[in-house]
Design a binder for this molecule. Sequence first.
Ligand SMILES: [Zn+2]
Ligand SMILES: [Zn+2]
Length: 658
Amino acid sequence: MNERKALDEGAKMTELERIRHSAAHVMATAILRLWPDAQFASGPAVENGFYYDVELSHRISPEDFPAIEAEMKKEIKANHTFEKVVVTREQAMKDAQSGRLGGLVERPGNPSKFKIGNLESIPEGERITYCKNGDFIDLCEWSPQHVMRTGNIGAFKLTTVASAYYKGDEKNPQLQRIYGTAFKNKTQLEEYFKMIEEAKKRDHRKIGQEMGLFTIDTEYVGPGLPLWLPKGTAICEELEKLAKETEFAAGYVLVKTPHIAREKMYKTSGHLPYYAESMFPPMEMLEEDKKRKESLRAAINVNAELLEKSRERDPDGEEHSQLMLRREELQNQPQTLGSRYYLKAMNCPHHHRIFAAEPRSYRHLPLRLAEYGTCYRYEQSGELFGLMRVRSLNMNDAHIYCTAEQFAAEFNAVNEMYLKYFKIFGIEKYQMRFSTSAPDGMGKKYVNEPALWKQTEDMVRRVLVESKINFVEVPNEAAFYGPKIDVQVWSVIGREFTLATNQVDFAVPARFGLVYRDKDNTDKTPLCIHRAPLGTHERFIGFLVEHYAGNFPLWLAPEQVRVLTIGEETPLVDYAKKVVAELRSNMVRAEGDYGTDKINGKIQRAEEAKVHTMLVIGGRDMDAGAVSVRVHSKGNLGAKPKGEAIAGILQAIKERST
Ligand SMILES: [Zn+2]
Ligand SMILES: [Zn+2]
């Protein structure tokens, strides 16, 4: 279900979310004025707005929106307070039976059936509260999730209507889900819709197809498994190059690991059974297991025969005792090593085994293992979305194993790396969401190590504060094994993306038995920082397509340079080909367009393909050893000596200038 904000999370709601949740109450009020028999289920604030699920014989369509909005305006103008009413369970049940709950008046013969269902799912003994505005009474957990008065809802608009099952279960009745959005004021609302329009034009699926970056071949490859086409691969490669250079300079070492591992790996890491739903189902290697059992049985039989003979020959002899040892060894061998393999959903367990592969001492730490690792996650098919939600992910992953003393410096360096990347990509707005634990979740939601939690959270908080990085702290949203930091970035048009997650892990290294020998000659467990500043290729390139509207800076552009000839005479084409060859020998992604069509047509074609730089060559350019430079969306920059133009291109690529 899409109810991102569970009721008990109200305390954490932002002002905007309170406005939106309150607007859902007002929308229900308005719908009841128009259709008094409407039955409401639940109406939370969600990303970018709110919705309310309603059952109604009338099929609501966008044509009804103006009428609903007009009623909403009346309710806002009336400026009713959102009142809290505490009731007993019996009273609530009575109000639901009479149709009063989720209604404006009692509705005999039309009980509030979904509210009855909602009531029943409130645990016995828990407080039951209503939220009342004007005549409308709704069942609503009372934490500060409403604004004071209906008049505090600044500006709103209904957006779409979809269908949804009650409580997300297809066995339940199908309801109409009416979406809207609300903001503090009209200007913000208008800006939002402008951004949505712009985002549509910049949709990574549309531009990705036009530019030939990726394709999703559902029939042969599978949903959520993008194929990177040559132009998209060029971007992936540039991002990897950037990551590798940056990480190399920061003391990381590269590793490579397989895409699968045995079940034991994920049982040890704790992914199984808790995370099983997000993993692809296992591959059962039954043959392998059968063969293993058979060969073990055969070896035991052979050993038994030999033992028999050697006992007859000399029961106290050396041969006999060797065979006895061998028998014990065979009998102690496990019948099976586990015949299940899983596609990896994370790279960490493999990296942990690399840590474990060699004896480590404090001198080896920090150890920073980096890999552009491919992971596979079984996202629900309804959740898949272009490159933003996929089932195969190329991750800019690394795991830093360090001592507690080294933690602050390491964590700080990770943050510095983020800031460096933000600068390269022109990301001006970002926020780190620091998710911490909560005392009452110890041993349930969080691994039961209160002292370690506190120590780690204090360390992370101190680094964030001292480095003056923009962050917010969100209690009770940490991962099971440690605090995490989600990095939110905003594209140039103001849309928010979750780019990456950092995690501090003080539990899993211990589960894998990872240790290093410390100065005092004792074995200690290292801390592990999981970090992936560039996230995954899939999500990050999806973001970049929107951010740049497909007009990538020179260093990232899939086709960096196109050489165009004015005419098709042989000497001219030969000269142009030499320019292309020189660029390509310098690893510049350059192509040529030497055809017969007019130069304007060629230029237009290159513009449409979002080629970054065009070098136009006519007879006069050739005679002067020059090229005329055109840069996408900047127009004609004039003629330059060939060598100078090429040097300029190489320099801009090297500097990764925007
Ligand atoms: Zn409410
Ligand atoms: Zn990890």
